[in-house]
Design a protein around this ligand. Sequence first.
Ligand SMILES: Cc1ncc(COP(=O)(O)O)c(C=O)c1O
Ligand SMILES: N[C@@H](CCOP(=O)(O)O)C(=O)O
Length: 462
Amino acid sequence: MQYISTRGKAPALGFEDTMLSGLARDGGLYVPETIPTLSAGDIRAMHGLSYEEIAFRVMRPFVGDAFTDEVFADLIAKAYAGFGHDARAPLVQLGNGHFLLELFHGPTLAFKDFAMQLIGQMFQEALSRSGKRVTIVGATSGDTGSAAIEAFRGLDAVDVFILYPHGRVSEVQRRQMTTPVESNVHALALDGTFDDCQARLKDMFNHFEFRDAVKLAGVNSINWGRVLAQVVYYFSSAVSLGAPDRTVSFTVPTGNFGDIFAGYIAKRMGLPIDRLVVATNQNDILHRCLTTGGYVTDSVTPSISPSMDIQVSSNFERALFDAYNRDGNAVSQLMDELKAGGFHVSQGAMEVLRDHYDSGRVSEDETLSMITHAHRHMGELLCPHSAIGVKVAEDQRDPATPMITLATAHPAKFPDAVEQASGVRPPLPERMADLFDRAERVTRVANDLDQLEALIKDRIAS
Ligand SMILES: Cc1ncc(COP(=O)(O)O)c(C=O)c1O
Ligand SMILES: N[C@@H](CCOP(=O)(O)O)C(=O)O
């Protein structure tokens, strides 16, 4: 299996190099050259299997010769052993034909753990074989950062630097990033938005002298391995509702477009998915683009669903690559236009996008009302991101097709909004009960590439 860049000018790589290198050297994102498919029989045979067994069958064709079957199965087993639910990703019924996929039973209480725990295992295996060391830099609006720190803290072969927007993550999210004591963990609070953090990260990847000097690696959904691991729960949930003999739809709270793109990959692999519905908060660039064709950036307005406060949605580039018939030049041109403020998707490409994706936008008041409603009438305490998904799903779903909404974070990560709407302050799990008593360690940084690179070089030298 080879991986190619969405900008068409970087060398094709195998799975391990794709995973370890992050952004392609032409600034694009890696995608599989071809998408492997599973037959209806293959999917039917997943009935009754554990999450880990399904994970192996779904991901194996993408991994090539990077790991033997035995090693890969072992890495998967270790990745999910620490999850707080035997099913890993349990499905609960919200109402007639509407299901909630709980993706928050991992160590940091968000869906990011599904991919990050596995990436952590795969990095350790690959680095211990080669004896190499890497510097991971990640950009986060709150959840990727804590999941990455949890997966890599204390490892000798890795330093992990996490850039988060100062004052724009929840207190639980911040403390998850600033309280780990391991010396290879570096939390950096940047004066700016998540988009600034992600832009500086991509600048670092595009600055080859720095990239090569520190052996830069990325664990954002820039990294194909992140998207791949997220494909699995589309299969596990759809199979539990009767796939391949029953078609399902998904609604996905969306920001950087990695999670919903994983759903698109599941569909391309042969999983019978009818609609993939993008649910955004008030920072609604994706909804605007999917309805009007215009992808024009606006300033980010902080919301009660901070993890989705994103205006430059990284993985939309992967969706555009397919929508433009895998034309790297066309994608490069769009990305150049984006730097100047935005672009318009061609009519042909819009038809492809609309063939797969629907979308909806939820205001702050509607988010709070949905948390209240779900608590009173559906028996679920939802985090604000998940509430956005449930609201869009309720508005748009076709009663004839089961709808699965992804619950992307635990309500305890956002206790203020949840308490305001439901009257219930969700407690943190026992193992995190002392989070607010732990000392914090964080460096405030300017939104300045030179200063950031100097800080990172300095820290890894000491
Ligand atoms: C809780 C939560 N929900 C939804 C999202 C959006 O996911 P994606 O960026 O993959 O679209 C994020 C961040 O990515 C998140 O942390
Ligand atoms: N919401 C994310 C933003 C980064 O997304 P990623 O999937 O590219 O890592 C976060 O919580 O950091």
